[in-house]
Design a binder for this molecule. Structure first.
Ligand SMILES: Nc1nc2c(ncn2[C@@H]2O[C@H](COP(=O)(O)OP(=O)(O)OP(=O)(O)O)[C@@H](O)[C@H]2O)c(=O)[nH]1
Ligand SMILES: [Mg+2]
Length: 620
């Protein structure tokens, strides 16, 4: 049997390719209202009206066929069948943004010139209508010489027509060969742009100036003074909300796990299984899962800001600052993704064309506050910072939390500044990013985004966090301590921790922290579950200590300087194996991950130590 014909989705960034891919295949690829969301090729299956299957490939957006950055290279390689073991696409589904026709058509003309069958999805016609633009698809089709189908990818409008057009296009299934490589010269591009503009003009039948909405919002959002104030204010509100709204659901989750732990303790016979379940599994994982509401609230806001198109404005505002430390403006989006997790953040650096710009961004990505740090920060803040209102709707905990995020950003910028003058020296480039249109966020996209985040988090809790914690529990429970000796000191893990303690004592760390640090290399949240578990082991059958909440134990056991030093450690330390692995993959070797791990550990040690000694000296 012949393999299903392959059709590649190609177009400028932010044209709606992934949204269309989702509409056609039922997949759940990430869509976002900024260029550079997709950085990898993703395949999916769709079927034509007669049931024949098509392999559809979603690709990173690109402005032309001359690749500038690694993600654009992916698109080019697929189009020319250059990827290993890859066949040539049978046809191209070119997605253009109806509100930005002349720019997008230039690339369409290049694609058509390749000689493969092309169908154009004239996407975002709803936005064009909103802007008072009317485009004659039939006329556009005549000018271009290929079928043009108006679509609204997010509402699945035009999908059936598109399938019908693709049916004709893939026809008998015999692939044509691409005639020549893209030998476009600069003059050609100018000619091409002129033709694109002429075609766009001819096909636009009506235009009345309603594009003012975006302009009016931007006159504030991009204002040199009002813009940064707005950005700062928005972020401030977000972090307040994380603490203000999350408490009731967090209490409910804690109560649920406490109930479960209690149930296990009363219904299982005393022994290995009961203790493993109660201390290692339920208290440990429970302590981490409790933070789900905070993570979801944070992402709710991030997703809203992404979907509306505001994030690119934020990038624009930050650009001056970023340029000063030698970062490319394009580094903003990867750094923003790093707030979720440094792994997709480092992958998103593929949109940066300059290799040294890209390397710098990879090296500082672990400094932005990823969501795995949130449970650690939140645990310490709840344990050590009183729940005080500084002003109506302004809580102290939210302010400290916000401060830690800002501190992460400032550290990343400082690190970039130093790296750019030493290890990754080179000229840096200015900002070049299209401003997307403002959009009302769709409930479905935001809901789906939250759902994905929740699944990622719960999956981590159920796999890597659970596994690390079970291993820790076993190592911390055996050999059983004789009467009078503390279990978490006598056990195997306890002895390893005592060795580590020698190194970390000078920066104020105690035995429990030394126990938690090695397993937290697997994932930062393990620091929380490990503390919950080791405190549970020490409490033994003491039912007063039965709650899985760790915060009261920390509040009782740790001095404030120790807690602050622990926080500082987590701002800097490269406590994450996946980040190291992805850095190795993206930089093709061990040199840069090794460098990254060393500089971050040194920074973590120095920062934690300085914090501890200054706090002690200040009498905290
Ligand atoms: N109103 C409207 N919005 C759309 C339409 N198609 C896509 N969008 C929105 O446009 C934005 C970009 O969509 P994506 O599918 O991520 O764009 P992309 O072409 O895959 O972008 P890259 O992966 O960055 O190249 C998202 O916010 C979508 O929700 C449409 O037809 N109408
Ligand atoms: Mg995409």
């Amino acid at each position: 049997m012949n393999p299903a014909p392959m059709v590649a989705l190609v177009g400028n960034p932010n044209a709606g390719k992934s949204a269309l891919f989702n509409a056609l295949t039922g997949a759940r690829q990430k869509v976002g209202n900024y260029p550079g969301v997709t950085v990898e090729r993703k395949a999916g299956r769709m079927s034509l009206p007669d049931g024949r299957p098509i392999e559809l490939i979603d690709l990173p957006g690109t402005y032309s066929l001359e690749p500038a950055s690694p993600d654009e290279q992916v698109t080019r390689d697929v189009l020319f069948g250059k990827q290993d073991g890859e066949r040539l696409p049978q046809a191209i589904l070119c997605v253009v943004d109806a509100t930005n026709l002349d720019n997008h058509l230039r690339f369409t003309l290049q694609l058509i010139a390749l000689g493969l069958p092309v169908v154009v999805a004239l996407n975002m016609v709803d936005m064009a209508e909103r802007d008072g633009l009317k485009i004659d698809a039939a006329k556009l089709s005549k000018e271009l010489g290929v079928p043009v189908i108006p679509t609204v990818a997010v509402r699945k409008r035009g999908v059936d027509d598109l399938k019908a057009a693709m049916d004709v296009l893939v026809g008998d299934g015999s692939a044509r060969k691409i005639a020549a490589g893209p030998g476009f010269h600069h003059e050609d591009l100018v000619v091409l742009q002129r033709r694109a503009r002429a075609i766009a003009l001819a096909a636009t039948t009506e235009e009345h100036g309603a594009r003012k909405v975006s302009h009016r919002i931007d006159s504030i959002a991009l204002h040199p003074i009002a813009g940064p104030i707005l950005l700062f204010g928005l972020m401030f509100v977000v972090f307040q909300a994380v603490f203000a709204w999350a408490q009731p659901p967090m209490d409910a989750i804690t109560a649920g796990f406490d109930w479960l732990g209690h149930w296990v303790e009363t219904n299982f016979p005393n022994g290995f299984v009961r203790n493993l379940l109660a201390e290692g599994v339920i208290k440990g994982t429970g302590a981490v899962v409790t933070f789900l509401p905070q993570i979801l609230i944070l992402f709710f806001f991030i997703l809203l800001l992404e979907a509306t198109g505001y994030m690119v404005r934020a990038a624009f505002i930050m650009d001056r600052l970023m340029a000063r430390v030698g970062l490319s403006g394009r580094a903003f989006i990867p750094l923003l993704s790093s707030f979720a997790c440094a792994v997709p953040g480092i992958m998103a650096t593929r949109t940066i064309d300059d290799p040294k710009d890209r390397l710098t961004t990879i090296l500082i990505a672990p400094l932005t506050t990823c969501s795995a740090r949130l449970p650690v920060y939140s645990m310490i803040i709840t344990a050590c910072i009183p729940d005080r209102q500084l002003a109506p709707y302004v809580g102290l905990r939210g302010v400290v939390f916000f401060g830690l995020f800002v501190f992460g950003i400032v550290s990343a910028l400082l690190a970039a500044l130093i790296l750019r003058r030493t290890v990754t020296k080179g000229p840096s480039q200015g900002f070049m990013m299209e401003m997307p249109k403002y959009q009302m966020p769709s409930v479905r996209d935001v809901g789906l985004g939250l759902w994905t985040r929740a699944l990622i988090f719960l999956k981590r809790a159920g796999t890597i966090i659970l596994a690390s914690n079970v291993i820790l529990w076993v190592l911390a429970s055996y050999p059983v301590a004789p009467a009078g000796r503390l279990q978490t000191e006598y056990s195997i893990a306890g002895r390893i921790a005592s060795a580590i303690e020698v190194v970390v004592k000078p920066i104020g760390f105690n035995h429990h922290i030394a126990l938690a640090l090695p397993p937290a290399m697997a994932a930062r949240e393990v620091a929380v579950s490990a503390l919950a578990t080791t405190y549970a082991i020490d409490a033994g059958d003491d039912t007063d200590a039965a709650s899985s909440a760790v915060e009261p134990k920390i509040a009782k056991d740790w001095s404030l300087p120790t807690a602050l030093a622990f926080l500082m450690w987590f701002v800097f330390a490269p406590q994450c194996l996946s980040t190291i692995a992805v850095t190795r993959r993206e930089t093709n070797g061990w040199k840069w991950p090794a460098f990254m791990v060393s500089y971050l550990f040194v920074l973590a040690y120095v920062a934690a130590g300085a914090t501890f000694w200054i706090a002690t000296w200040a009498g905290l």
